[in-house]
Write a protein that binds this ligand. Structure first.
Ligand SMILES: Nc1nc2[nH]cnc2c(=O)[nH]1
Ligand SMILES: [Zn+2]
Length: 500
């Protein structure tokens, strides 16, 4: 199968905001973005508030009004933003979002994670979980995600099917782990694990021949859960297929000790992946918190990428990754929700958290607290920088920078239409209307509006979402009578939530 063509060309009018370079947001006002039937941007035209510019644009493209569908975003509460890229998410852990107690990585895996992942071998349950996971990700503006599924081939294939049918761009990985995991959740052998991975690759090829929307990704869970044989086997598959690879690195201090014990001949954690042929420009490494200088230099040399997962790193008290340090070494960095080490499906949440933990790093008592004040200011990430990581940075990490991440001719229309409430001139104290959590009064500068969205925005602000030109999410406005509806349907899930 391949993606069917759209039946119309499309033009989007309004304000477009994107980050073409680290630390810079570009605002394109009064602009039209034209998208052809393959979902590709073919023109980005300024001054389109003028009729004659629009007419000339249609003439140049040889498009007629009848063959073109139009989305108007002229309202000053609206702007288009590139779809978010989640470079690290465990779709199979979605039902556990927010559930982690006081655990840290290794006991969290055994207590919450492995039992949940194992339970998804039951396909109706997997369908329910994966459908909600994708729906929520799209509703939060995530147009592309690198997903871990489970060790189960059928459930992993189902995740790929759902991404394709719900229209999310995704890498889907069947988790490989033949070591240390519990008896009930472990591959039987390296050979079985590689054969199962191969089965998922073939399945994804059968639904998306050229991996246009959904691609397999080789997924050794992390070094402690993988034998040398499994890692070597996956490296051979990669050399044959050129597929991307995802895994974890240097997330937790106990995990690092375990890696030292298990691989005594390797110099360090990064060297484990390197000596097994898994450290290269197609590798996405999640976390990378406690890397040594030597490891970071090796990662930079191999051009491997890093998924920064600040919500997870805070939730599991893993530590704070030194993002500025990684970027200055020339390593490409994106953001990951790391559901459900992370508590939220939202990459906007990851972006704001990335900003805040970069502040924590340099506070007195923080890891870099002894730096000079000039160096400390430099280590902090700005809003413009975290929005870059959430979009173009993520695209680079996934090897998709030529396709997504910004609004430029030649890229795919992967976008979200953001709405920020505008408080009316007159508000009464007994008016209970809210305009989302981002109250815009109208006097804010464009940068300030973006800052308010980054710190208080959520899925309520995401009006529409497109992937490859296709509308994949549209916000349904809340019905006024939802309370009546709940009491009329008292068997609805969740109604008695507070009773027991
Ligand atoms: N955060 C996180 N780290 C891991 N390391 C190995 N497996 C996992 C996982 O599922 N989540
Ligand atoms: Zn993870």
């Amino acid at each position: 199968m391949t993606l069917p063509k759209l039946n119309k060309n499309q033009v989007f009018f309004g304000t477009f905001v994107h980050a073409k370079h680290l630390g810079e947001l570009e605002f394109l006002h009064n602009t039209a973005v034209c998208v052809d039937t393959s979902g590709k941007i073919v023109a980005v035209e300024p001054n389109c508030n003028q009729q004659k510019t629009v007419e000339a644009l249609y003439a140049r493209l040889r498009w007629s009004l009848e063959d073109t569908s139009v989305t108007l975003g002229w309202d000053k509460r609206l702007f288009f933003f590139p779809g978010f890229v989640d470079t690290h998410a465990h779709a199979s852990q979605y039902p556990n979002l927010g559930i982690f107690g006081k655990t840290t990585l290794l006991d969290w895996l055994n207590t919450y994670t492995f039992p949940t992942e194992a339970s998804l071998a039951e396909l109706p349950k997997a369908r329910r979980v994966y459908t909600r996971c994708i729906r929520q990700a799209l509703a939060h503006g995530t147009t592309t995600a690198a997903y871990y599924a489970t060790i189960d081939v059928n459930a992993t294939n189902l995740l790929a099917d759902l991404c394709f049918s719900m229209g999310q761009r995704a890498f889907v990985g069947r988790v490989c782990m033949d070591h240390l995991g519990p008896d009930y959740y472990r591959d039987e052998s390296a050979d079985q694990s590689i054969a199962a991975t191969q089965a998922t690759i073939e399945h994804i090829r059968s639904i998306d021949n050229n991996f246009e929307l959904v691609s397999p990704i080789l997924t050794p869970r992390f070094a402690p859960a993988c034998s040398s044989e499994i890692m070597k086997g996956l490296s051979e598959v990669q050399q044959r297929t050129q597929l991307p690879v995802q895994t974890h690195i240097s997330e937790n201090v106990n995990e690092i000790e375990l890696v030292k014990e298990l691989f005594p001949d390797c110099k360090h954690y990064a060297d484990v992946y390197d000596t097994h042929g898994l450290l290269n420009e197609k590798t996405i490494l999640a976390h990378a918190i406690h890397l040594t200088e030597e490891e970071a230099d090796l990662i930079a040399k191999r051009k491997a990428k890093i998924a920064h997962c600040p919500c997870s790193n805070s939730a599991l008290s893993s530590g704070v990754a030194r993002v500025r340090w990684l970027l200055e070494k020339g390593i490409q960095v994106g953001l990951g929700s790391d559901m459900s080490g992370g508590y939220s499906p939202s990459i906007l949440e990851a972006a704001r958290h990335a900003k805040l933990v970069s502040n924590h790093l340099i506070m007195p008592g923080g890891t870099l607290g002894n730096l000079s004040s000039e160096e400390r200011d430099k280590a902090k990430l700005s809003i413009e920088e975290v929005l870059y990581l959430a979009t173009k940075g993520g695209a680079e990490v996934m090897g998709l920078a030529d396709k997504i991440g910004t609004f430029e001719v030649g890229k795919q229309w992967d976008a979200q239409l953001i709405w920020t409430g505008l408080v009316p001139d007159e508000v009464a104290y007994d008016d209970f209307t809210t305009y989302g959590a981002t109250d815009i009064f109208g006097w804010e500068t464009p940068d300030e509006r973006i800052a308010k969205w980054v710190f208080n925005g959520d899925s309520h602000n995401v009006r529409k979402v497109w992937v490859a030109g296709r509308l994949v999410h549209e916000q349904l406005l809340r019905k006024e009578n939802w309370m009546d509806e709940l009491s009329a349907n008292s068997d609805l899930d969740g109604v008695g939530l507070l009773d027991d």
